[in-house]
Design a protein around this ligand. Structure first.
Ligand code: CUA
Length: 340
């Protein structure tokens, strides 16, 4: 197969293999001003490289077509001073054009970098994102502790509002990458840095850890939900509430199961005795679309599978398997599903 067909085949394979709507997880489908700049740079470089490729292939084809010597014969030595001068001139100009083109690309990259950095900040929303093996802790800090929101993997932001992200990691280097929003940002252990983005079109954008961080690096996804300001504020108000009290016998039993098993060693449910921050905060777990860092849909079945045998779903994850009777498991699921 020709290289071009190979390339096309590879691209089509990738496009159909993408698990979620690629329109929300692709540099070529920007949903934010910064991603627009990056897409622009992508296309400029793409067209330059395509032109270089076509010129190269045309040159080789022409040279090949002109050669009259059989492949197994040595090439004849041709004395042609005028021809040598022309060749030297051609090579010299080609080198000059190459240097100028590379310089132009360098300048455009720097300009794009400046544009991506240089969003003006007016009343931004601040989010602290902390990388864990293998999930994302998301906090909306506030000077009052009871006004601080903590969640995991699903990041809500208002549209058309600058969002400042403070980064950190508790273990190894992770990289925050939502291609439709902005470029990659590394999360370094013990080192806090900041970047920001803004999303103009409402929607759910998928992101992925982009720095190899261990066994489940590929299952370290996240999503950014951009919504109109009033919806975002409603979400905030809901997240600020402590966990809802169980309204049924079964949910009440489920809370008991949670608080008497290994769950409380690692998780927080605000409003109960569970306050550990090893794993994700589950106070409002039922409000999230996915679990296990975007690995499974947040359905009763997936939740049950995850609780019983997380090592089968994400080998190496910090969560250990749980032995629960069917009744206990059912109650626990009912309780977790009630935590809107
Ligand atoms: Cu975290 Cu890769």
């Amino acid at each position: 197969m020709s290289p071009a067909l190979n390339f096309l085949g590879g691209y089509l394979y990738l496009a159909q293999a993408m698990p979620l709507d690629p329109g929300r997880h692709l540099v070529l489908h920007p949903g934010a001003p910064q991603a627009n700049h990056i897409e622009w740079l992508y296309w400029v470089i793409f067209w330059i490289l395509l032109a270089v490729y076509v010129l190269m292939i045309a040159g080789f084809t022409r040279a090949g077509a002109k050669t009259r010597v059989a492949a197994d014969r040595p090439l004849p030595v041709i004395e042609n001073e005028a021809g040598d001068r022309r060749a030297a001139w051609a090579v010299g100009s080609a080198v000059a054009v190459t240097v100028l083109t590379l310089f132009a690309i360098l300048v455009m990259s720097v300009i794009t970098g400046k544009r991506v950095e240089g969003l003006t900040s007016k009343n931004p929303v601040t989010i602290q994102i902390t990388g864990h093996q293998w999930w994302w802790e998301v906090t909306y800090p506030n000077s009052q502790a009871d006004q601080t929101i903590t969640t995991a993997n699903e990041i809500h932001v208002p549209v058309k509002t600058p969002v400042v992200v403070l980064t950190n990691s508790v273990d190894v280097i992770h990289s925050f990458w939502a291609p439709s929003i902005t470029g990659k940002r590394d999360l370094l252990p013990g080192y806090s840095s900041a970047f920001w983005f803004q999303i103009d079109q409402p929607g759910t954008y998928r992101g992925q850890c982009a720095e190899f961080c261990g066994l489940q690096h590929a299952h370290m996804g996240f999503s950014v939900v951009a919504e109109p300001v009033d919806q975002f504020q409603a979400w905030q108000q809901q997240q600020l509430k402590p966990a809802a009290d169980p309204t049924s016998e079964e949910a009440s039993r489920g809370r008991e199961v949670f608080l008497t098993h290994a769950c409380l060693m690692c998780h927080t449910i605000r409003g109960t005795d569970a306050g550990s921050r090893v794993g994700p905060d589950l106070t409002h777990i039922a409000s999230r679309n996915m679990i296990a860092a975007e690995t499974l849909p947040n359905t009763p079945g997936a939740l049950a599978g995850w609780i019983l045998d997380p090592q089968r779903i994400k080998p190496g994850t910090e969560m250990s398997p749980n032995v629960l009777s069917p009744d206990d498991l059912q109650s626990l699921i009912t309780y977790l599903r009630s935590l809107e």
